[in-house]
Design a protein around this ligand. Structure first.
Ligand code: NDP
Ligand code: GDR
Length: 376
């Protein structure tokens, strides 16, 4: 049997790395699009790298950019993919308020460029297309929980750009009979989540605070509620959506919701720290009320009474999405999909990974070198 060929945009990102690994394990030939950058940006996929001098590689990277149609047409023509996963995006909601035009170009028109590349190459009947849509489309939520039929109300330049991408995907499906679909994915995280998204910012900071490498974690809106899953579970769903008889859009979520504040508490608990939150709004702080050993080992150096979490309004967004909770019952019924990893296991895995990195930074510091400390 001939190998299936997949093309992943955003292969260097969190989901791209998990999806590439997943498809390689399924026997696919995987092609990924990466951007040129002045520093290496392939950390997340270095374990999958194959030397270009080896014959019959099944993992191949191409330079390209979602803002450059010529590169996309060239790559689609060369690769002739059975499946395209469009995961590339300027994916940070807060940053989209600072770079709205670029975000619209990459996240909105980028999807159109790929769909047109499929048409230009005459692959409408061959190539299946997955668009990374988002729960941010629901924004100012009109219904709880959100499902496939819930009306959209985007609240950021990012979400508005993704709204265009959502509808252009639906339109190309209807207009040209293409197998094109949207996965409306709720937040999903992992140890390789970008460091400026709130979960990773928290697990990284709590680990560094525990070891005395950092004093305080500054956050924005701690009351925001999110439905957090694990990226590993969610990429399986992206693949499943392209294996059906007909293309259809699905909501992918856990159906369970927590606040940012709770996420901080769970992360701290993993390292034996109990926190109490005091004060209101901009004056709210997280104070250490107990420090205890974990499995007989004292992991945290903090003391009772230390203030280790503060609010910094610079992290507030001009328009916020206060609450997101997905209803994944359609995906469960039609695709037999259910998330396997709980939030508790996700937090544990993220904290363990960041605590290990913080220990390494601490050793570097103890050896007399400056430990890297960058806040965002
Ligand atoms: P990441 O931010 O981790 O990865 C984004 C990827 O897109 C990176 O590989 C990045 O490259 C690449 N990229 C950015 N701009 C361009 C461009 N102009 N041309 C080509 N590549 C580009 O995102 P995630 O992996 O978390 O998310 C994957 C997709 O799913 C995104 O589209 C995101 O919007 C969407 N999504 C994510 C959710 C989540 O909770 N994670 C939930 C719902 C949707 P580089 O490494 O060089 O920066
Ligand atoms: P989100 O994720 O905006 O939901 O988008 P993020 O982790 O950035 O924010 C989640 C919530 O936490 C609040 N928050 C903070 N967020 C960040 N980044 N930094 C902070 O200091 C902070 N303090 C509080 C935010 O205001 C927000 O309410 C993610 C991205 O992956 C998108 O690409 C994806 O489409 C959606 O999830 C679903």
């Amino acid at each position: 049997m001939t190998k299936k060929v997949a093309l992943i945009t955003g292969v260097t990102g969190q989901d791209g790395s998990y999806l590439a690994e997943f498809l390689l394990n399924k026997g696919y030939e995987v092609h990924g699009i990466k951007r040129r950058s002045s520093l290496f940006n392939t950390d997340r996929i270095d374990h999958l790298y194959q030397d270009p001098h080896v014959n019959n590689r099944n993992f191949v990277l191409h330079y390209g950019d979602l803002t450059d149609s010529t590169s996309l047409v060239r790559i689609v023509q060369q690769v002739q993919p059975d499946e395209i996963y469009n995961l590339a995006a300027q994916s940070h909601v807060a940053v989209s308020f600072e770079e709205p035009e670029y975000t619209a170009n990459a996240d909105g028109i980028g999807a159109l460029r790929l769909l047109e590349a499929i048409r230009i190459c005459g692959l409408e009947k061959k190539t299946r297309f997955y668009q990374a849509s988002t729960s941010e489309l629901y924004g100012l939520v009109q219904e709880i929980p959100q499902k496939e039929t819930t009306p959209f109300y985007p609240r950021s330049p990012y979400a508005v750009a993704k709204l265009y991408a959502y509808w252009i995907t639906v339109n190309y499906r209807e207009a040209y009979g293409m197998y094109a679909c949207n996965g409306v994915l709720f937040n999903h995280e992992s140890p390789v989540r970008g460091e400026t998204f709130v979960t990773r910012k928290i697990t990284r900071a709590i680990s560094r605070i525990a070891l005395g490498l950092q004093d305080c974690l500054y956050l924005g809106n701690m009351s925001a509620l999110r439905d957090w899953g694990h990226a590993k579970d969610y990429v399986e769903m992206q693949w499943l959506m392209l294996q059906q008889d007909h293309a259809e859009d699905f909501v992918i979520a856990t159906g369970v919701q927590y606040s940012v504040r709770q996420f901080v508490e769970f992360a701290a608990k993993e390292l034996g720290i109990t926190l109490a939150f005091e004060g209101e709004a901009e004056n709210e702080v997280g104070v250490v009320t107990k420090v205890e050993p974990v499995n007989g080992q004292l992991l945290a150096k903090c003391k009772v009474g230390d203030v280790i979490v503060k609010v910094d309004p610079r992290y507030y967004r001009p328009t916020e999405v206060e609450t997101l909770l997905g209803d994944p019952s359609n995906a469960k019924a039609k695709l037999g999909w259910e998330p396997k990893i709980t939030l508790q296991d996700l937090v544990k895995e993220m904290v363990q990974s960041d605590y290990t990195s913080a220990k390494r930074d601490n050793l570097v510091k103890l050896a007399g070198f400056q430990a890297y400390d960058y806040h965002e």
